[in-house]
Design a binder for this molecule. Sequence first.
Ligand code: AMP
Ligand code: ZN
Ligand code: FE
Ligand code: FE
Length: 277
Amino acid sequence: MTRFADLHLHTYHSDGTRSPREVVDLARDRGLEIIAISDHDNIAAYFEIKQHADERGVTLIPATELSCAYRGVDVHILAYAFDPLNERIEPALRRFREVRHRRGYEIVERLNALGYAISADRVDQLAAGGAMGRPHVARALVERGYVSSVNEAFDRFLGPGKPGYVEKARFSIEEALSLIHGAHGVLSIAHPSHYPDKEQTVIDLLDTGIDAVEVFHPDVPDDDRERFTNIAKFRGRFVTGGSDDHGAAKTVETIGTIRVPEALIETIVSRTLEHLG
Ligand code: AMP
Ligand code: ZN
Ligand code: FE
Ligand code: FE
């Protein structure tokens, strides 16, 4: 029996709204037997829900989504199947979570100065101790009625060049490669259609040593999928996929909409099992 995977899911440990248990149960109920919870800069969900996933017959892949700086562009790189207990992983991710936290407060201060009375405490509560991000600030703005949606909050306040935009520190590609390959994991270019000059960006990132491209993703159209798959295959690399589910943070339901056959991501499954052995 072919098993199917969704390797891109978020929980409330970053900017998703679901708990890890909800994600595991919902994915299982929708016929997914391999999942990766890829919270931004956080692997808390893995440790929290590994046993439950085992009990439900779901193979849980250690994962996280890293924000990387590449030629002045924010590129997201998914990290998979690293040894979750590797001693360099948690301190590196914690450092970026701390940066996110300080930056979240800075965004709140800017918005306060502009007369938008959202509170840092409320943003803290929404981030629930996990990796704070602009979506948490966006939700606070929605709650106070300053905007009608998270999307509007990004359009008016939080996107690049907008009054509440604050840069955050990012991994370099070299750091990401060293950290994740050093922990025996693999890296995949997240939602490749998001980037300017996307085809060349994908080629160049693969040339730096990134292992795979996320060609199955709600934001990757069919023609991109075909092109990026060829680019990856030609270089002896592989493809990954996931729904990028954020729970109620997105307006359409996404868990179960992306189903990647296990054979395509065999490297990730076998690498994961090696760390458990
Ligand atoms: P941050 O990690 O704090 O820079 O926030 C970026 C995250 O916000 C992304 O990973 C998406 O999950 C989310 N995001 C980015 N743009 C938008 C948007 N226009 N509407 C809703 N969510 C967004
Ligand atoms: Zn996110
Ligand atoms: Fe992303
Ligand atoms: Fe994501």
